[in-house]
Design a protein around this ligand. Structure first.
Ligand code: CP
Length: 312
């Protein structure tokens, strides 16, 4: 079954069937990734450009590994050190890369909407690897896939997304993805970091972190994105960690054990303490592991190739 979209720009553009197809394909790729030879040659005739206009560790490495494990040729482009610093536009940059016969573009950009803009100007498939404060669709897919793996399904589970919701592309993509899959979703954090009308998306809003943790089966903890704040939205990081940081003492005070997630990078001692991040309740590194399988699935399904079964 092909996906209903040509590009992966945002989660809201995917159908539930698309997401289920991505998960089933990722299940198969996880089997491949646990074999001694972690590769299938299905995209050996495909060239993919990873163009990153904003910093990344996990997403960039995860996409590069996913592409290599599908047998694709990959090139990686960073804005720093490129001709972007000489004034070259986004479209010129990408068209020059495509002129070298590149088939697909994975793009991260600090401007919200940049992948949608690009999709109107180029023919190649585009995967959004995070645009500004807007969306991070593959992160939401790997997060939901990790919940499904741990709890058997996403439907009916209670997921609290906690922290800087206002500046988080992970939050918005997670909300769309989890609601589509039938989860109950709550956002929690300081009122200044929660958009005023977010309840209209169908999520609950809670400002008391302990109540949010008591409510949920899974807590996805988000980083404070100081780099995206024009002016301070809370007094100090110390005060934030005191009122909103997730510590072992806080988790131990709950009436049940919940699962802890974080998309990374973690600011240890601010939104999440090490005794939680490194505990058995945390599935943070499982999320990272699943990211490669999910990205292999997305790239494979968008490529339109239909020869996987014979190669696995
Ligand atoms: N989760 C995530 O997007 O991390 P990076 O910014 O390191 O890619």
């Amino acid at each position: 079954m092909p996906l209903s979209v040509k590009h992966l720009l945002g989660i809201n553009e995917l159908t539930v069937e698309d997401i289920e197809q991505i998960f089933k394909t990722a299940d198969n790729f996880k089997l491949v990734l646990n074999r001694p030879i972690k590769k299938v040659p299905t995209l050996r005739d495909t060239a993919i450009a990873n163009i990153f206009f904003e910093n990344s560790t996990r997403t960039r490495i995860s996409f590069e590994l996913a592409e290599k494990r599908l047998g694709a040729e990959t090139i990686s482009f960073s804005a720093s050190g490129s001709s972007v610093s000489k004034g070259e536009t986004l479209i010129d940059t990408v068209n020059n890369i495509l002129a070298m016969k590149v088939d697909m573009v994975v793009m991260r950009h600090s401007a919200s909407g940049a992948p949608w803009f690009l999709s109107q100007h180029i023919d190649a498939g585009i995967i959004n690897a995070g645009d500004g404060i807007n969306q991070h669709p593959t992160q939401a897919l790997l997060d939901a896939f990790s919940i499904r793996e741990k709890l058997g399904s996403v439907k009916g589970k209670r997921v609290a997304i906690i922290g800087d919701i206002m500046h988080s592309r992970v939050a918005l993509s997670n909300i769309y993805c989890l609601l589509k899959l039938g989860a109950d979703v709550m956002v929690a954090g300081p009122p200044t970091l929660i958009p005023k009308h977010i309840a209209s998306l169908g999520v609950l809003v809670e400002y008391n972190i302990k109540k949010a943790l008591e409510w949920c089966d899974v807590a996805n903890i988000l980083r404070i994105q100081l780099e995206r704040m024009q002016k301070p939205l809370f007094s100090t990081l110390r005060e934030y960690s005191l009122y909103y940081g997730i510590s072992k003492d806080l988790l131990d005070s709950l009436s049940k054990k919940i699962i802890i997630m974080h998309p990374g990078p973690i600011n240890r001692g601010v939104e999440l303490f090490s005794d939680v991040a490194d505990s058995k309740q945390s599935i943070i590194l499982n999320q990272v592991e699943n990211g490669v399988a999910i990205r292999m699935a997305v790239i494979y399904l968008l490529s339109g190739k239909r020869e996987l079964n014979e190669q696995m």
